[in-house]
Ligand binder design. Structure first.
Ligand SMILES: [Zn+2]
Length: 399
């Protein structure tokens, strides 16, 4: 972690321009970059999940049992990952078999735009609509098919539905794929038919385009499929067959539970936490992204408290005293921003912006106070005013 954290710090500094003395975790939070630990765990969880989707013939897949075993000595690094994820049933994950499809092999034609295709002379027409549904913690699909035999014999309409499994294991996309697989098995051996598969994903876009007769019929068919899909996910519906868990769904859940959140360590960044209770959070990007380097560096100094002010410079033994030149108090960020008499003339704009919350350091620096509610967003105008104030005083500039 050591060398990687150094890179993280250099990266964070390049983004926000904080001092090198700022703790890595604080710099990361300011620059809104994920911590190394967070990234490692995301990778590790993905790797452990991926391993369980390998075919049984793969030695890595066969080795997962042994990795999971507790050993007093010579414990595999992967054991920690296995241990953190022991509550997840990885054994029932889908197996993803490798296969190749040469560029010259024929593929299924997808027609997303709903353009008219030339009518074929041969045989009959068959339209199959499929739809997926996810509700009541269940995932399922429905299919509606319409068969038009050649020479205008009677239309044959068929519908059915299947409950796939729990939402924790399946997702609407996997249901859609399962429905397609099912339908493809159904149509094997049907000859002399032009077969169209309709899925609901792009159906809305389709209906908006020239709604002619055949399209209206497709929509009706899709509606039927949707109805069936919803029937498959009624409360208390039971899965018809055992379907393997989906990798993507399992991975998302595993990550949300096993990957450590990137909270700031307890005794680090006291000033930063006081200024901004929402650290780490996305809002810091709003603060820094639109700033020039010089402005960003000023803001980072004020927000981290590691600034070219005597209060901090004295801490790192650069100046003899922590008192402000005005002789009134310790030169802290608050003193500099709100109270120091030396800068009274520069402070008008800042005071105008912060009328109701005068002297509030969180508000002035785009931070969240613990008393702010969920809908809080940083006041960018106030932040701009603070930055302009700090720059015009020239106090934070390196000499
Ligand atoms: Zn002063």
């Amino acid at each position: 972690m050591g060398p990687i954290n150094r890179v993280q710090r250099v990266g964070a500094q390049a983004i926000v321009g904080a001092f090198l003395t700022v703790a890595t975790s604080v710099a990361e939070a300011e620059a809104h970059i994920a911590t190394a630990r967070h990234r490692f765990w995301r990778r590790a969880v993905k790797m452990w999940t991926d391993m369980h989707t390998l075919p049984e013939t793969n030695p890595l897949r066969r080795g997962t049992d042994r990795i999971r075993k507790f050993r007093r000595y010579h414990r595999s690094p992967l054991y920690h990952v296995a241990d953190a994820l022991k509550h997840f049933d990885m054994e029932t994950l889908e197996t993803i078999n490798p296969f190749t499809l040469a560029p010259w092999d024929e593929r299924v034609q997808a027609n997303v735009d709903g353009q008219d295709e030339p009518q074929t002379e041969a045989g009959g027409l068959m339209q199959i609509a499929l739809s997926s549904s996810a509700r009541n913690e269940l995932v399922g699909f429905g299919v509606a098919s319409e068969k038009q035999p050649p020479r205008n014999r009677k239309l044959k309409l068929k519908t059915f539905s299947t409950t796939l499994g729990a939402r924790a294991e399946q997702n609407p996309f996997s249901a859609e794929l399962a429905a397609m697989a099912h339908v493809l098995k159904m149509v094997v051996g049907i000859k002399d038919y032009k077969i169209t598969l309709l899925t609901s994903n792009k159906a809305a876009a389709l209906t908006l385009r020239n709604l002619d007769d055949s399209l209206a019929r497709s929509c009706k068919l899709l509606g039927l499929a949707k109805e069936q899909a919803r029937a498959a996910t009624q409360e208390d519906a039971l899965p018809q067959e055992r379907v393997p868990r989906m990798k993507s769904t399992t991975l998302n859940i595993a990550r949300s539970q096993a990957v450590p959140s990137s909270e700031l360590p307890e005794n680090i960044g006291r000033h930063a936490k006081r200024v901004d209770a929402a650290l780490p959070g996305k809002h810091t990007r709003q603060l820094y992204d639109r700033l020039m380097w010089k402005e960003a560096s000023v803001l980072a100094q004020l927000r981290t408290g590691m600034a070219r002010l005597n209060g901090y410079l004295n801490q790192i033994n650069v100046v003899e005293t922590d008192q402000c030149d005005c002789g009134q108090a310790r030169e802290t960020v608050e003193h500099f921003l709100f109270r120091c008499r030396k800068w009274t003339a520069h402070r008008t704009e800042l005071l105008e912006c912060t009328q109701t919350r005068r002297g509030n350091i969180s508000f002035a620096l785009g931070g969240k106070q613990s008393s702010d509610d969920q809908k809080w967003t940083p006041n960018l105008e106030a932040v701009q005013a603070s930055i302009r104030f700090a720059i015009t005083t020239g106090r934070l500039k390196a000499t």
